[in-house]
Design a protein around this ligand. Structure first.
Ligand code: ZN
Ligand code: ZN
Length: 180
């Protein structure tokens, strides 16, 4: 499948799913042959974080507009929030290991690229708890030792993997609560 074609199809499928219109499992398998099960679960989570039902009407949690019927919600999402929902999907497919790595990189002031604001916020909030920089020296806030930039990154990954994971999980819950 061509890339733009896949993007268009993805936006359509995510928007339909979030609006409560039918999406068949085959459609997901066609788009993600190797991880359709994970994607189907991710779509479920995205649906509930993007659309809110009040009575018979649907409201967009990304911009507050509503109330739509299912069809109207679908058109709104696919036209106004296509790029956003795709980024949400890709971000939700990040593995925990990848999130830990991104957090350690950010804490070491290395460059990272994260598409969705939500994931960026999560990773950033945890990275701020990990290090303190003074000139070229990085202090590990978890054990008070000092490192160079390269050293701190390796140190965080080797010694504090579990702690970072727990912090990510804890902050993830906080972020979810904040948005309600
Ligand atoms: Zn909206
Ligand atoms: Zn440490």
């Amino acid at each position: 499948m061509h890339r733009t074609e896949k993007t268009a199809k993805l936006i359509e499928v995510i928007s339909r799913r979030a609006s409560g219109l039918v999406v068949r499992d085959e459609e997901i398998r066609y788009l993600f042959p190797y991880r359709s099960v994970i994607v189907i679960k991710a779509l479920e989570r995205i649906a509930s974080s993007v659309v809110e039902a009040r009575g018979n009407l649907l409201f967009c949690r990304l911009c507050g507009k509503g109330g739509f019927n299912k069809r109207g919600m679908y058109f709104h999402l696919s036209r106004m929030h296509g790029k956003e929902v795709i980024n949400m999907l890709y971000d939700s497919l990040y593995s925990v290991e990848r999130l830990i790595d991104l957090t350690a990189k950010l804490a070491s002031e290395m460059r990272v690229e994260i598409k969705s604001e939500r994931t960026k916020e999560l990773v950033k909030s945890v990275s701020l708890l990990l290090t303190e920089r003074q000139g070229e020296v990085f202090y590990c806030k978890l054990c008070n030792r000092r490192f160079s930039r390269k050293g701190i990154y390796m140190h965080l990954k080797r010694k504090h993997r579990l702690e970072i994971k727990q912090m990510l999980e804890k902050n993830k819950i906080n972020l979810t609560l904040d948005q309600k």
